[in-house]
Write a protein that binds this ligand. Structure first.
Ligand SMILES: [Fe+2]
Ligand SMILES: [Fe+2]
Length: 329
């Protein structure tokens, strides 16, 4: 451990302290989990009349900022279809959240199982697992109340998920890149929505508020864990991480960029509209790259994006702009 490690400006505690060691950070985050945590049923007013889910509620409609929401096809649909597609879309995102958090929790259990007694990461990891369990309860309850029967992960994704979980024990740095690849983009999307001033259904708003509050801790831990441990990898591990990071992140981006097959089938969305909204939409691609920007910047900061590995990032479609100049591997 590097006890004099300095936490970057934007992640420093609000107490105004200039320096915080890695063990102090873990202690603070764990303590925050005691002071500020949420329960999926006690803290979400599910049965409040204003939180009732009505598929005809126009607040479910996709905005012009959404790839599909901006198409002429979507805007020409009757109001009830537009709001149902929007609700179906949110339910799909929540289900993806449940699946991602399932992998995350199992990987964290593997990570914690390998820790020695008195490791401060153990307590922190268990707080995070507890919080993720509450998030998944919240997301699944939302899915159930929409009435949509959203499918689970496909076979290939399930196989990949098993490998990611094993990294929690065997190669935690790569596991935490996966964690950031899932948590950073959804956090970005939720914060943008909450700031947008658009009318948001109160149930969705409450779920997002709870989620961004707790995710701030999870993101902070994953970033600091990487900053703390990447420097101590040997050359082989470093190369594995430099190659593994873009591969994992591109898979996550693909999951995010792809439209839901169930939604396309259910509402008969024409192939040309799907291309316009997602696969051949530069705005959608830019938004996806933007959602991955923070984790990509962190990989650069950690020296994981070498001129050679940057070519891999570009080949995988998650790099825009010029390739970086030579820097230490
Ligand atoms: Fe979560
Ligand atoms: Fe999280």
């Amino acid at each position: 451990m590097n006890p004099s490690y300095e936490i970057p400006e934007e992640e420093r505690p609000a107490t105004g302290r200039r320096r915080e060691t890695y063990p102090e950070l873990l202690e603070r985050l764990s303590h925050q989990s005691v002071l500020k945590h949420f329960d999926a049923y006690a803290d979400v007013p599910w049965d409040d009349p204003e939180c009732r889910i009505d598929p005809d509620d126009p607040r479910w409609e996709l905005s012009d900022e959404d790839g599909l929401g901006a198409t002429a096809w979507y805007r020409s649909q009757p109001a009830g279809v537009r709001s149902r597609i929007g609700l179906h879309h949110y339910a799909t995102l929540m289900k993806i959240g449940v699946q991602f958090e399932s992998v995350l929790k199992r990987g964290l259990l593997e990570f914690a199982a390998k820790l020695p007694n008195r490791a401060p990461e153990f307590r922190y990891a268990y707080h995070e697992i507890t919080e993720e369990a509450q998030h998944s309860l919240m997301f699944q309850e939302f899915v159930n109340r929409t009435g949509f029967d959203i499918p689970g992960l496909g076979w290939w994704e399930r196989m990949g998920a098993r490998r990611v979980i094993s990294h929690g024990r065997r190669f935690p740095v790569l596991f935490f890149v996966f964690v950031l690849g899932g948590e950073d983009p959804i956090d970005h999307v939720q914060r943008t929505a909450l700031r947008s001033g658009q009318p948001i259904h109160p149930l969705l708003k409450r779920i997002m508020q709870i989620h961004v509050t707790e995710e701030a801790r999870h993101l902070c831990f994953a970033r600091q864990y990487l900053r703390q441990h990447v420097g101590r990898l040997n050359a082989v591990q470093r190369t594995l991480l430099a190659v593994g990071a873009p591969v994992i992140l591109s898979q996550m981006a693909k999951l995010m960029m792809q439209p839901s097959r169930q939604i396309i089938r259910t509402y008969g969305i024409p192939a040309a509209v799907v291309a316009e909204a997602y696969t051949r939409n530069p705005k959608h691609r830019a938004a996806t790259l933007e959602a991955l920007r923070k984790v990509r910047t962190l990989c650069q900061e950690l020296g994981l994006v070498t001129p050679r590995s940057a070519r891999l990032w570009r080949a995988l479609g998650i790099w825009d702009g010029p390739l970086p100049a030579a820097q230490p591997a």
